[in-house]
Design a protein around this ligand. Structure first.
Ligand code: NI
Length: 138
């Protein structure tokens, strides 16, 4: 029997969808207003699902407070109120789309959860109430 546990965390951050290899016109054609120089902000919602064996002594796969603390340390403390184009070392050189941010967060969180004998099975990142991306991990 496999158990999963899901937890979310919110953070606020700014970004600009802009590929420096392209002209301003090409960026506007692809990214629209999201490419304008002033950037803009989102309240992001990251949701992660981890799975693992049930500890028969605790009756849990991981204490939800531990999961909360991992997300605070690995995500919130690094991304909240940051400029995602410039302030976050592990996002450097990327257009900070939801997809790219989600991929980097998945890569960052996988070994952290593995150290707790957990597998990151799904990660979703929303930048509004209306759209989000999901990564399903094997
Ligand atoms: Ni945006």
């Amino acid at each position: 029997m496999t158990f999963s546990l899901t937890r979310s965390i919110r953070f606020c951050a700014a970004h600009r969808l802009f590929n420096p290899a392209w002209s301003d016109e090409e960026n506007f054609r692809v990214f629209g207003k999201c490419s304008l120089p002033g950037g803009h902000g989102h309240t992001y919602l990251l949701t992660v699902t981890v799975s693992g064996p049930l500890d028969p002594h605790s009756g849990m796969i991981i204490n939800v407070a531990t999961l909360r603390d991992i997300l605070r340390r690995e995500v919130f403390d690094l991304l909240d109120h940051r400029d995602l184009n410039h302030d976050v070392p592990f996002l450097q050189g990327l257009v900070p789309t939801m997809e790219n941010i989600a991929q980097k967060l998945a890569e960052r969180l996988q070994p952290v959860f593995a150290a707790h004998q957990l597998t990151l099975t799904r990660l979703s990142l929303a930048e509004s109430d209306h759209h989000y991306v999901t990564i399903d991990l094997p």
